[in-house]
Design a protein around this ligand. Sequence first.
Ligand SMILES: NC(=O)c1ccc[n+]([C@@H]2O[C@H](COP(=O)([O-])OP(=O)(O)OC[C@H]3O[C@@H](n4cnc5c(N)ncnc54)[C@H](OP(=O)(O)O)[C@@H]3O)[C@@H](O)[C@H]2O)c1
Length: 248
Amino acid sequence: MNQSFTFITGASSGMGEATAKLLSLDRNLILNGRDEARLAAVGDACAEHGNQVLLFPYDLEKADGLAATLGAFLREEGVGVEAFAHFTGITEVLPISKTKYSVGLQVMNINYFSATEIISTLLKRRVNAGRLEAIVLTSSIVATVGKKHQAHYCASKGAINALTVALANELAPSVRVNAIAPGSFKTRIIQTLFADTSDDAEWAPPTLLLPGAVEDVARVARFLLSEDACYLTGQIINVDGGERFPKL
Ligand SMILES: NC(=O)c1ccc[n+]([C@@H]2O[C@H](COP(=O)([O-])OP(=O)(O)OC[C@H]3O[C@@H](n4cnc5c(N)ncnc54)[C@H](OP(=O)(O)O)[C@@H]3O)[C@@H](O)[C@H]2O)c1
């Protein structure tokens, strides 16, 4: 097997799942997540369109072992990765005075260092039988407007923004690097934080447009990975329905 694949992290849920399902219409996929049952269900749905789907379940908190494990997986499968979309993300909600260094490291490993480890692995010719052409990272509007009690999360997304522009410079012209900065979407990450309330007003800040869905993010990811975005690099696209604007 030596066809081109798109590698998606966070594919077992939310925006990554929606992006996987959309891209499965015309791309071969490698899907990463931690929950193997949910990942397999997404894989089955994606495979219905006749393209190839490989599963790469791995806990990205173990960022230090990621390069070796992913490298071995790609060599064994003999596949080439042409595009990478990074949707994995966790947060924690605590005042800075109560946060722990270990949790900060966990957030940075999962949200940020897993991306750098994957990208560096995919750029190695001896590991990736393909030629990486496009990367989409997931930031958040909180990287620029902030959010109280989520300092580590905001910092990890600020790091993603800096990585986006750094790598856009470093990897041009062969690889385009862009990011999506979503506003608030009611996915698992939000449902876990607000499990005690069924009142959407508790978690959903006002937006200028009607509330969005994960498919709105998926369509932007598909565009950024496609030839239609061939002259875009180093862009961080807010997909937030206007949530970031100050409320009057
Ligand atoms: N939802 C929002 O309001 C919002 C706003 C701004 C930015 N974002 C960002 O958007 C991205 C997608 O989030 P989402 O809203 O779609 O959340 P989600 O539904 O909770 O999805 C998060 C994904 O990350 C994976 N993940 C978490 N920890 C992992 C680990 N240790 N190893 C491997 N995979 C892990 C999950 O896999 P498992 O479920 O298999 O563990 C899941 O597939 C994240 O980067 C998030 O920070 C979300």
